[in-house]
Design a protein. Structure first.
Length: 367
């Protein structure tokens, strides 16, 4: 079996000389047959037929040649030239030029199958251009986010080499290095998790559990952080609210949203966590009294590496909320944000809950 070449190139053209010769012969044969059938029904002197045979043959050949030339011109204009444009554009696309576009062969009012093919090609090029932009931005953002904590580690490590440093300074610089390492670890962890989620390498394992219990456990684990920052926590959870979802993935959502609320709430502020239910959904709201964000920032807050402004950029890596959004989508939920600058933000997560079964009535015979 022959191996497929690394780069495929066409060996023969759809519009070769052979195809025109073949078309010419078909037209010639068709016209000749029509003339013979026509002459067969006429009572003519065979002598005069012989005399005009040469002239008739010349006329047939001339008509066939004219039709072949006209067909060739038509096919070149309507098919060959657009196909060559598509071929050249596809070669540029393969070479990495995602800005290439092919103009339509006809006006929008007279489009045919070739125009649809060209339009689909342009859409593919546009999609690839967007993907390439995202990839470039992703690499650039990852490089920047990794470089920042590494620079902190390098600078403070250099300062720690000074033998005359006081113990207080050594402790301060060590804490800064540990904090930078923690930030770097969190960044890499989130990148790996997000990559697995986007490539569908993590499949949710749906199990039934009490979501109010899970929320309580997540909040309890953050008690020390709340106390150190002097934050008030207001908790309002309905009891025995069951959902059927992936417990570990949802825990990642609550941890990120709670950490986000604590991170951007100043000392003395308040964190509010509520769990309510409606007919079919469990509605979880996590609010803070932090700096808040504008409506423009809110539209992009779930994008990877998007941090809104400098106040957010200094405290996060822009991956936590992108990770949250992806997880909520995977488990079939919905997440939204309401925020006002200077007042705080509220994240609302809606999940389908498990409805309690109504008690069955037991009928007693004879009653």
């Amino acid at each position: 079996m022959r191996e497929r070449p690394a780069e495929l190139s066409y060996k023969r053209s759809l519009f070769s000389i052979k195809s025109y010769i073949f078309y010419f012969l078909i037209i010639t044969s068709a016209i000749t047959c029509c003339l013979l059938l026509f002459l067969n029904h006429l009572e003519l002197d065979y002598g005069s037929v012989r005399e005009s045979a040469k002239l008739t043959a010349m006329n047939v050949l001339l008509i066939s040649l004219i039709m072949t030339v006209l067909d060739g011109i038509y096919r070149k204009i309507t098919l060959e030239y657009p196909m060559k444009r598509i071929l050249k554009a596809s070669q540029k696309l393969i070479a990495g030029d995602f800005s290439v576009r092919v103009p339509l062969a006809h006006d929008f009012d007279n489009t045919n199958e070739l125009d649809v093919l060209i339009e689909n090609f342009n859409r593919i090029a546009e999609e690839l251009s967007g993907v390439e932009t995202l990839r470039t931005d992703f690499v650039s953002n990852v490089s920047h986010e990794i470089k920042t904590p590494l620079s902190v580690i390098q600078n403070y490590a250099s300062l720690l080499q000074n033998a005359e440093l006081s113990e207080d300074k050594k402790e301060e610089y060590t804490e800064a290095i540990v904090d930078a390492c923690r930030r770097l670890t969190g960044l890499i962890t989130n990148i790996l998790k997000l990559n697995k989620l986007e490539n569908q390498q993590i499949f949710p394992e749906s199990k039934e559990f009490d979501i109010d219990t899970q929320l309580s456990e997540c909040i309890i684990r953050l008690d020390d952080v709340l106390e150190r920052k002097d934050l008030e926590a207001e908790i309002d959870l309905e009891e025995r609210v069951k959902v059927k979802s992936d417990r570990e993935l949802l825990e990642l959502v609550w941890n990120n949203l709670l950490s986000n609320a604590i991170k951007f709430t100043p000392p003395g502020g308040k964190i509010t966590v509520s769990l309510k239910t409606d007919e079919t959904m469990a509605v979880i709201k996590i609010s803070d009294t932090g700096c808040g964000i504008s409506s423009e920032v809110g539209k992009r807050i779930f994008e990877k590496f998007y941090q809104g402004d400098s106040s957010h950029a200094t405290q996060g890596n822009g991956l936590g909320l992108a990770l949250v959004k992806r997880v909520v989508d995977i488990v079939g939920g919905d997440i939204s944000i309401e925020s006002r600058l200077g007042e705080g933000s509220t994240f609302t997560v809606r999940l389908k809950r498990v409805l309690a079964e109504e008690p069955r009535q037991h009928l007693v015979p004879g009653k």
